[in-house]
Design a protein around this ligand. Sequence first.
Ligand SMILES: Cc1cc2nc3c(=O)[nH]c(=O)nc-3n(C[C@H](O)[C@H](O)[C@H](O)COP(=O)(O)O)c2cc1C
Length: 181
Amino acid sequence: MYKVAVFVGSLRRESINLQFAKALAKLGASKFTFHFVELGDVPLYNEDLWVDPPASVLRLKQDIADADAVLFVTPEYNRSIPAVIKNVVDWGTRPHGQNSWSGKPASIVGASPGNVGTAVAQAQLRSILVPLGLLLLGRPEVYFTMKPDLIDENHDIIPDSTRKFLQGYLDKFESWIAKVA
Ligand SMILES: Cc1cc2nc3c(=O)[nH]c(=O)nc-3n(C[C@H](O)[C@H](O)[C@H](O)COP(=O)(O)O)c2cc1C
């Protein structure tokens, strides 16, 4: 059973990325414990704050340290990643020499309401994370297009084909963690 720190890049209550992340957590419950990391109270990155680090920043660093792997579930904002994701990525790399991300198995997925999906955001996030030493699962890529009746109110994925695809994705993620951890 792997402990996965989940970073959902949307703070809104009805976030489709949060719904998608919860569906993945339920589908993968036999393999993973998903810990949803709180991003909303982490201040904007400011080097000065390290003198007396905010509790939210220390908690963030601890959440990463405690995890066997990390999962980013990101929306796409203006053909990029949301600021909340970049902000916690930056905090995790500091203080200098204490990069929390280094060596962590990781994966990126994302949900959007449209067909274009989160491909650009995911590609950008990938290019940010690789130099930080995260060990990213390459495939399958998951660009989830949220439609009514794909995920029910209990976080179950309704269509068999979608559930099977996502189960296959979670199996690959588990194998990847076992391989590189
Ligand atoms: C500031 C902003 C910029 C957006 N830019 C994009 C975009 O570039 N590509 C895209 O597919 N959707 C874009 N969207 C639409 C989001 O995909 C949509 O709002 C989605 O529901 C956000 O994820 P969430 O439901 O998890 O909050 C944007 C939304 C916002 C709020």
